[in-house]
Design a protein around this ligand. Sequence first.
Ligand code: CAP
Ligand code: MG
Length: 424
Amino acid sequence: MTRVHYDSFINLKYKPKKTDVICQFKITPAKGYSFREVCSITAGESSVGTWTDIKTMNPKIGKTLSPKVYYLDSKNKRCRIAYPLELFELGNLPCVMSSIGGNIYGMKCVEGLLWEDVKIPEKMLKSFKGPRFGIPGLRKYLKVYDRPLVGTIVKPKVGLTSKEHAHVAYRSWLGGCDIVKDDENLCSQNFNKFRERFLLTIKACKRAEEITGEKKVYLINCTAEADEMKKRIKFVEDNGGNYIMLDILTLGWSALQTARNHTKLPIHAHRAGHAMFTRSENHGMKMEVIAQFSRMVGVDTLHIGTAYGKMTGPKDEILHIEQEIEQPATKETKLNLSQDWFGVKPVFAVASGGVHPGIVPQIMQFMGNDVVIQAGGGIHGHASGTVAGARAMRLAVESTLKKIPLKKYAQEHDELKEALDKWL
Ligand code: CAP
Ligand code: MG
């Protein structure tokens, strides 16, 4: 077996510069390798190093571009590496990923490599667009200032015709949803073509606005091959659309950047497939890092989990992710790096997956008011149907804001009572 062995990227005296990109990893060395050695290899393989010394290396490269492992915590297998900004092309996230999230993940010396956190310097942040709307912009857009936003996902995920889809959306808005979105796997299948679905559903959206007097948005899933995605976004913009949705991880960072460059509409980021990277406790990358890059590129709403619903994700991690996408800055702790967002707009956290009115108080207590609370099954599964289901969600938000226990509020509100009877 080819054995890599070097120690040259460790420098525990190094004080990171303001311009460095800093990453925190949890590293499990493979048998026969030490923790310290693999930390050094991680820095090397994701930058200027390779498995042996090379004749083409020169001192200038070594001096200006070598990352430094400046923090080692062998007990918790955690290290922090400072990468000089010059290693990367600004405004090119795939390039950053190919470096830091690249070859090293497949090397024999690594048994597990978990990219836990990133601290992005101002210059890199500013080379991306960031959210166009952000939380204050979206609140203004929707004219909702004092409560969480309420959304739904048209269900079943796939299978409805465009007409049926528009009808379910319409009934969701009538019942009280601010937001109606497509599901992540609905694109332009034969049974429900993109253009027809869009035209019918946006018409229903305008009608619901007239009837309810509230602003309503339709998050249509524009996920497709990049040229086609651009065409779909343009079609939405040219025909009175008010929001687009993208599956950011299946699309890839490149197409997400393209979308951000090409649309004036808010972007909803669905994270379908994130768990392929984020689920293992020892290998992959954490949602924290995905969330930071999403804010940097410029999405306006991002799924981050609920802790109380059907998806995995520890509460403390979800809370930290929410802070990371919604706050102007976060502080350094033993578990996380700090991040100053230098004015990059905040992203609305989306709590979704197994949500129903019965868990709204917990979600609001845990995630606050700046959250989009989304329920698919928890609305369309209501015993009296979609309108009542949406109404029950709004009532749950209302009762929580009024600090009235759900069960008490339900005594005077049938839709809420029916929802609690089914799901609590
Ligand atoms: C929710 C959802 C979302 C998940 C994704 C679904 O539907 O549409 O895709 O929320 O998970 O299909 O599960 P339900 P996450 O309300 O019917 O569960 O938000 O954690 O990324
Ligand atoms: Mg879904």
